[in-house]
Ligand binder design. Structure first.
Ligand SMILES: Cc1ncc(COP(=O)(O)OP(=O)(O)O)c(N)n1
Ligand SMILES: Cc1nc(C(=O)O)sc1CCOP(=O)(O)O
Ligand SMILES: [Mg+2]
Length: 217
């Protein structure tokens, strides 16, 4: 299961309608053609959808993922994740606790954002399946992002014996993805480099090439 999860995390695309310059369903289909391995529905921030519109978009994007065999993760909204029977959820330090989330989602994938060794210890104890660590580089996509910390915390986690799957997030592009991979992560998480690209397919392909290149030596 853990090896399968590491594979899934290689190119983790996250998106909501407000991150896209074209129709979100088209963006997701193109990103899948470009080689993404996991998708997170993150409908959040200025201009995002709510209520029935949010749920309908989740259902439509989940169908596209299912047809392509890409697991579908929901950000923050555990109720929605359970309603649509998503493959997993991602939560951060200002969301519900990882312990509570684990109780609610059972054996679904549980991702947790961590920024300190203390948060990492708690998340691991509470049953996190993977960590999201960022922002690695400067990002304007997340309104309340912390200052960029580079790859130092990723290296610190590995040095302290954390073998749990980890993805780096924040400001990642095809150009810097290889450096993030070299720090010890299993994969990279990306929003705008794909969602805002003229060709989401080409953007995903560019990322994939650099990720695989690093992985193979
Ligand atoms: C893979 C991944 N890593 C980190 C995050 C950020 O989660 P969080 O800190 O809860 O912030 P929001 O995304 O909810 O604004 C993530 N979503 N995915
Ligand atoms: C959703 C999210 N979480 C972050 C964190 O640091 O935890 S940074 C971020 C936004 C990532 O978007 P982009 O790839 O466009 O920089
Ligand atoms: Mg959150």
């Amino acid at each position: 299961m853990e090896d399968k999860l590491r594979e899934m995390l290689k190119l983790y695309f996250i998106m909501g309608s407000n991150n896209c310059r074209k129709d979100p369903e088209t963006v997701l289909k193109e990103a899948i053609k470009g080689g993404i391995t996991l998708f997170q529905f993150r409908e959040k921030g200025q201009g995002s959808l709510g209520g029935c519109e949010k749920k309908q978009l989740a259902v439509n994007l989940q169908r596209i993922c299912k047809e392509a065999g890409i697991p579908f993760i929901v950000n923050d909204d555990i109720e929605l994740a359970l309603e649509v029977d998503a493959d997993g959820v991602h939560i951060g330090q200002s969301d519900m606790s990882a312990g509570e989330a684990r109780c609610l989602v059972g054996s679904k994938i549980l991702g947790v954002s961590v920024h300190t060794l203390k948060e990492a210890e708690q998340a691991r104890e509470m049953g996190a399946d993977y960590f999201g660590v960022g922002p690695v580089f400067h990002t304007t996509t997340k309104e309340d992002a912390l200052p960029a910390s580079g790859v130092s915390f990723i290296r610190e986690l590995r040095k302290n014996g954390y073998s749990i799957p980890i993805v780096g997030i924040g400001g990642i592009t095809a150009e810097n993805a290889g450096d993030v991979m070299s720090s010890g992560v299993d994969g990279v998480s990306v929003i705008s480099f794909i969602s805002n690209a003229e060709s989401p397919k080409k953007a995903a392909m560019g990322l994939k090439e650099n990720i695989m290149h690093k992985q193979n030596g």
